[in-house]
Design a protein around this ligand. Structure first.
Ligand code: NAP
Length: 253
């Protein structure tokens, strides 16, 4: 039965930044496919916990500020201690800062790069070490962006970080495929979350964006559920280093 290849029963996934938005939806989608969830957030993700537990899955909430990397080893240790193993990592936590490039501050540069790419790399490194020790492979799914492919406007550190996410996805896939570790990325298009609130409030920009989405609507967090389950499952075992757009056709225009 081919659908068995999409099942995540008995698997454990770490999802970062899953108290809201895409992370919440992806954690819920993974749980619906049978996966237990380790959530890493700044605050307790109460709604996500309820959704995961409603699926009969285990849920471990770990608190951390992912702008810093010093606690990553102890977070992973705790996750393995409580859940027994790790099979999947979804590097979702991310931030955006908007300003004209001529005025852009070092603070806004560093804040975005720390969460969106530096922590993504060092958490992936910790998890890959665990996958290698377990000896049964694993799945890493990074959350990229349309700005992994395009330049964007007034978001220079975000574009730099998300372009780096796509490059690093390829680089890590090359090194770790021999261990049975698949490293891939999802590039969401324009999805209605906190991240895009400012854009959606700007009537002119919002209309410009909507008018070039072939699907004719902004994305919804649930649109990421199927793709994340696919990349987390055996069904995608021969996909390595690829960034899959989930964009209603935005990049096809
Ligand atoms: P969101 O609603 O703002 O969620 C971002 C998540 O990251 C939140 O859980 C947030 O936690 C967490 N986070 C940020 N900084 C953190 C830190 N220092 N430590 C711990 N957690 C931190 O935005 P979203 O749209 O769901 O974004 C999720 C991912 O998708 C991001 O990587 C974003 O760049 C990417 N993305 C989004 C879109 C879109 O259209 N929405 C498009 C392309 C890519 P708090 O709630 O505590 O801040």
């Amino acid at each position: 039965m081919i659908l068995n290849d999409f099942s995540l029963h008995g698997k454990v996934a770490i999802v970062t930044g899953c108290n809201t938005g895409l992370g919440k939806s992806m954690a819920s989608g993974l749980a619906r496919a049978g996966c237990d969830i380790v959530a890493i957030n700044r605050s307790d993700p109460l709604e996500t916990a309820a959704e995961v537990k409603a699926q009969g899955r285990r849920f471990l909430s770990l608190k951390a500020d992912l702008a810093r990397q010093d606690r990553l080893p102890s977070l992973l240790e705790r996750a393995v201690l409580e859940m027994g193993r790790i099979d999947i990592l979804v590097n979702n936590a991310g931030i955006i800062r908007r300003d004209d490039a001529v005025n852009f501050s070092e603070q806004d540069w560093d804040a975005v790069m720390d969460v969106n790419i530096k922590t993504l790399f060092f958490l992936s490194q910790q998890v890959a070490r665990q996958f290698i020790a377990q000896g049964s492979g694993g799945k890493i799914i990074n959350i990229a962006s349309m700005l992994s492919f395009q330049g964007g406007i007034r978001v220079p550190s975000y574009t730099a970080s998300k372009s780096a996410v796509m490059g690093l996805t390829r680089a890590l896939a090359n090194e770790w495929a021999k261990h049975g570790i698949n490293v891939n990325a999802l590039a969401p298009g324009y999805i209605a979350t906190n991240n895009t609130e400012q854009l959606r409030k700007d009537e002119v920009r919002s209309e410009e964006i909507l008018s070039r989405i072939p699907a004719g609507r902004w994305g919804r967090p649930e649109d990421l559920m199927g793709p994340v389950v696919f990349l987390a499952s055996k069904a995608s075992d021969y996909i390595n280093g690829y960034t899959l757009a989930v964009d209603g056709g935005w990049l096809a225009r």
